[in-house]
Design a protein around this ligand. Structure first.
Ligand SMILES: C[S@@+](CC[C@H](N)C(=O)[O-])C[C@H]1O[C@@H](n2cnc3c(N)ncnc32)[C@H](O)[C@@H]1O
Length: 297
């Protein structure tokens, strides 16, 4: 390929730097990290209580810091199901609690933060396609579409998931956001991207996501790198090596704890530039997880 064809793309991507991200997103960093510090400051109280839930001891809701009460209730239901010897995704209490979690204040705020960062960086880096992985029920996709409208940005958006639910959702989304340039494709990120996806995107491509990698595996990074130039990852990577009872119990619903030390070599190979967006919270409250990570080629 003529290297001049790549020139504008390479120049634009090299514009992205840690200091540019800090400048571009300083207000978002302040709001997000301040929220983490106040909201999750008591995480160790919950971590210790979760051990007692796992040990089938009685734990009252009042002991649990408010920010973790829905997780506490979910964990109780999972433990009960374990004791009954059968896991039922359709358990009405469990479904109601997952609904509560996805409507909770952090979930929306987290989504707003991920999508605002993605769009601001997309503008700075001249991104031509936004790609969402693990879009599922389109909760994050809707936030992205609302943000694009609020910021008066119109970028092609491709949403993907391993489950066909994504194909049903796109019909509703297209009706609700008639001006959006949107497509949906099936993609299990533990496999290389489908040819149709590779053909459907224009570079630079920015991938944003929330709570997907934890359900797949770290080597998905290699597959994602075949189509993405910039990542805004809203997955939780354990950065201390210490796991808690809730980590073990949440494995039962497919959410695997990931260690940053395991994902780091893959990032170094495929997205060598990285910025831990919530480093200040990790330092301030010794949060055991990175919750928001930006990486680029
Ligand atoms: C907890 S949900 C998160 C949904 C959405 N990202 C959000 O934040 O609202 C996890 C999603 O990841 C998807 N998922 C799990 N494993 C996957 C894989 N290997 N490839 C692609 N998507 C996957 C699931 O189908 C589900 O939609």
């Amino acid at each position: 390929m003529n290297p001049r064809i790549l020139e504008p793309f390479l120049q634009r991507l090299t514009m992205l730097s840690k200091s540019l991200i800090e400048q571009t997103c300083s207000d978002l960093e302040k709001q997000y990290v301040d929220y983490l510090i106040s909201h999750f400051g008591q995480w160790r109280v919950w971590a210790e209580a979760s051990q007692r839930v796992a040990d089938r001891q009685s734990v009252s809701e009042q002991e649990i810091p408010e920010a973790f009460r829905t997780e506490f209730k979910i964990m109780q239901v999972i433990v009960e199901m374990q004791d009954l010897g059968k896991f039922d995704w359709k358990n009405p209490t469990l479904m109601k609690l997952f609904g509560e979690l996805s409507q909770g204040p952090f979930y929306k705020f987290f989504g707003d933060t991920i999508t605002k960062i993605a769009l601001r960086l997309a503008q700075k880096a001249g991104v031509k396609t936004l790609l969402e992985i693990g879009a599922g029920r389109a909760n994050l996709t809707k936030i992205m579409l609302d943000q694009m409208a609020a910021m008066n940005i119109s970028l092609p958006l491709v949403t993907t998931d391993s489950q066909p639910v994504i194909l049903d959702n796109i019909v509703t989304l297209k009706a609700d956001y008639p001006r959006a340039d949107m497509a949906a494709l099936l993609w299990n990120i533990t496999d290389p991207p489908p040819e149709e996806l590779i053909q459907n995107v224009r570079h630079p491509v920015l991938v944003y996501e929330r709570y997907t990698l934890n359900y797949a595996n770290v080597s998905a990074i290699k597959n994602i790198a075949r189509v993405a130039d910039i990542l805004v990852l809203g997955d939780w990577f354990n950065c201390t090596g210490e796991l808690f009872a809730y980590d073990e119990v949440f494995k039962k619903i497919g959410a695997m704890p990931f260690f940053f030390k395991d994902i780091k070599p893959l990032l170094d190979e495929h997205f060598p530039n990285q910025h831990i967006f919530d480093q200040r919270a990790i330092d301030a409250i010794k949060l055991p997880n990175i919750t928001l990570l930006i990486a680029w080629k």
